[in-house]
Structures are given as C-alpha cells and as structure tokens.
Write a protein that binds this ligand. Sequence first.
Ligand SMILES: [Zn+2]
Length: 548
Amino acid sequence: MSPYLFLLVADVLQTLIKRASSVRNPLDPRCPCPVLQYADDTLILLRGELSDVQNLKVILDQFSAATGLHINFHKSTAVPMHMGEDLIPQCIDVLGCRREGFPQTYLGLPLSCEKLRVSAFDPYICKVDRYLAGWKASLLNPMGRTVLINAVLDGQLSYVMMAVPLPLGVITTVDKRRRSFLWTGEADSSGANCLMAWDKVRQPRAKGGLGIRDLAVQNTCLLLKLLHKLHNDTQSSWAKWVRQNVCLATLEGEIAGSHWEMLRSLLPLYQAITTVNVGDGCSTSFWDDIWIGDDCLSDRFTLLRSHCKQANQSVSDVVRHGLRHHLVPRLTPEAQSELSLLGVLLSQVNLEDKPDSRCSLFADVEGNLRTSKLYALIKSMGTADGGVVSCFWKSCAPPRVQFFAWLLVNGRIQCKDNLLRRKIVQDNSCDLCNREPETTLHLLFRCPFAASFWRALGIELPPGLDIHDVHKISRPDTIPAAHFDAFILLCCWHLWKRRNGITFRQETMSLRQTLQACRSDAKLWSCRLPRAEQHLGDLWCSLFSLAM
Ligand SMILES: [Zn+2]
C-alpha cells in the first residue's frame, strides 16, 4: 500500500481510539489514550481494566472490518504494567495476543520501566558480530580496519547510545571484539596480538593515539544532547513532558527511575559546558550554572555556599525571595563578607518575563550540541600532546604507512627484540648483520646496511638518536624542508619492507634496489599532496637517483 494511503488509514484508527471515552488514558482520565504509530509499529497505552480492553477490541475489530486491513493479533503482544495477576489472563484472552514483559523493542530501542539488564543489549552485540563476520578482514590492513570500526561499528551503536547509557559489561564486550578485529581481523585474540595498550589506541590522534572511539565517553556526550534538548528544543514532546514535571534548574521533581537518575548525574557536566542568559531565572541553578560572570557562584563564593542548607535554588527563587533564609543562622565573618559581595552583584540583576536561554561553545549556529568537539575535549583532559606522532597523521604517506609510523615512534613495530619480549621468538639477533639485537633503532638506523643507506642520502644521524625522536633528525640542505617528515618516513618504510623481504621471503636486496623502490614510491606519495606541492615528488626522485 502506498505510504500516504497507509497514513490516512492509520489516522482513522488513532481518531477512533482517541474519541472513544470508554478506552481510557492509564494516568489522566481527562486525556485521550495515547496511540503511537511509526511505519507498521503501533503502540497503544490504555488503562488495565477489563472493560477498557473489551472496548478497545471492539474498536479494532470495527476498524478491521471497515478497512479490510487484517490485524495480526498473534503477532502482537500485550505488556501488563501494575495490574492484578487475576485480571491479566482475562484481558489477554479478550485481545487474543501474546503476553510479554519488559524490555520491549520499540523503534529499535529497548523500552522498559525498570533498569535495563545487560542481556537487553544482546541484539546490539549480535549486530556487531554480524558485521565483523561479513567483512573480509584478512584482506584489510589495520588502518582499513580502523576506518571500519570508527565509521560502521560505532555508527550502529550511536543510535542506542543517544537514548540509553550502555552498561559497562556491554562496553567491555564490544571493546573486546573491536580490539581483536583491529589487531588480528578475527573475533578473538590474545593480549600478545595487541601491539599497543587499548587506552592508548582510544586516545585522539593529536594525543598520540589511534583515534578509535572511547564508547563510554561517546555515550556521555550523546546523552548530554538529551539535557540540551530540555533547555532548547520547543518541539520535542519528551522535553515538554519533562518540563511540566521537574524543575529544570535542578532536574528534581515528579520523574523517577534509573534512566532519569542517570540523566541527572550528567547535569554538573552540562552546567559546566553551557552559559545562561538569564530571562525569568526559572531554569537556571543559582549556585551551579554559569549565569553571572565567567564562573559559577559556588566556585566564586565557596564559603558562603558551604553555609547553605540546601543548594538547589533557582536564580528566580533567590532573586525574588532572597538568599538569607537558605543559609544557616550563624555565618562566619568570611562568609558574611562573601554575602555582602554577592549582595552587590545580585542588586544588579533584573529578571525578565522570558525563558532563560543557554549557549555553549560546543553548539553550532542552529544551537545543536556538537558531540565531536565535546568528545575531543573530554578525551584530551589530562593527557599530554601527541607531539611527533600527530605530524605523521597529517603527512602524505598512505594510511597503512601512517599506521606503521604510529607503531614506530611508540617503539612497537614487530622487530625481533619486541617479539622476544613477548616470547614469540627465541633469540633477537639481527637477521641482516647477525651482530646485534634487532631493536627498532638498530634495524632502521644502526645496522650497517641502514647506516650506509642514510649516508648515501647525505643524512647525518645524531649519535644519541632515540626512536621517539625520529622527527629530530636534522635535514641536509639538499633535501627540501617541506614534508621532510614524510621523506624520513618513506625511507624507514622501505628499510622495514626490505627487512621483511629478507626475513620472510629470503629475498636479497642491494642498496641500489632499495633506493629504486624508494624512488618509485616517492612519485606515488607525492600525488597525495596538494597540486602546488606535487613537484616535491620529482625532487625526491632525483635525490634517490643521485644516491644510487
Ligand atoms: Zn643488523
């Protein structure tokens, strides 16, 4: 049936049920019974009394007879809430549908009046498994897998994360799969396969990580959008209902339950990222919102705040009725002087007859909260800058080489010294010179072949060179300054490829051949640069030719 025709017919059903005074609203007898329809999902909420259920059944039968649309009662479910056990079977009999409990899936989300168990999220984990099983992971390099994780796996969780908090158990399970997929391309892996700590992997690239999403932080950022909706969205039915039932300044009121408690726990974070232009002062917390000056009052008047009996007043409350009766009777002299200072500030406040409005650094021009900026801020708090690694992510190297660079500067490429430490090989001597342990530094800079390679290019390596300081290698005048980091990376990449050829495929590769390989890649890499800089490729090519 055409969607429009379906809507017209569905409208009739809604009107029939809403007009029938014999089918009552479960909470408020003055309101019609709520009927929610989305595509072919219909949700009807009614009072749990036999007469109401009987009347609903009559309406449904009449609707069916009049439109010729058959209602599949055996595919429908009835979910009793707060009903007497003796009444339930009678009502179920009348309707002829299955009895079910919570959680119920509605619009792809688990709906429940209780705290959701971990098992309620099984369908989402199964979905992750289905994606992973379908991908030919062994054909992808780790960077390709990183893109799939960030763009597809996390994307399909975003929908549920916007509505409910994922329990820690679910995040751990999904993380286990994401980690295995990243490092091995398979569903399961041991710690030995993971070349970097998971915490490091989840840091943003600018902070030295790989930029895989931290689901817990992402979840928090997405849920903050719900709080933002309460203050800014005038259309949302949910927001309207919440505003009628709680005080927005404190989120205290008639609403209870674990989901609401979770949202309330995010209020301090939301208050910290928004500032209020006070109108009537009703939805602004006097102490905890930033509404006068650049800081919240509880940070500026700490002593006075500690003398407050309860700190849940709104701005409107304090401006209209004064602060004194919220304070304990005796104030210390310091608190007294804070009170006089605050009094001066408050004497300049004039409330207006319009709602408070909030703005945030994290909102776009339309006023929507941008989670990406907020996520970056939360993730970067307390972590040092990524330094050298971040510049490799911006270089013209292909993504798989950028990934190699990330491992390289963290000292985590799979050279024999690292493999010995993880007990994967028995000895760590360098396959190329058989003289020294094959550490990353030895392999790429100190091994006789590597040393002659760098010498041929006229690059002088500092004596105390450390693998974390690859970017400090000084540039000879013969090599252009622009994209010198990419040039170094190109050289390291080909020394690494040569070593792998010798170790795994018993290839032989002379200095000349290695420089030739660098030359052909230099041309390809330069195509990834902006057009104005692509001539660098030719300069690099001639440098490699000269060194041969
Ligand atoms: Zn060696």
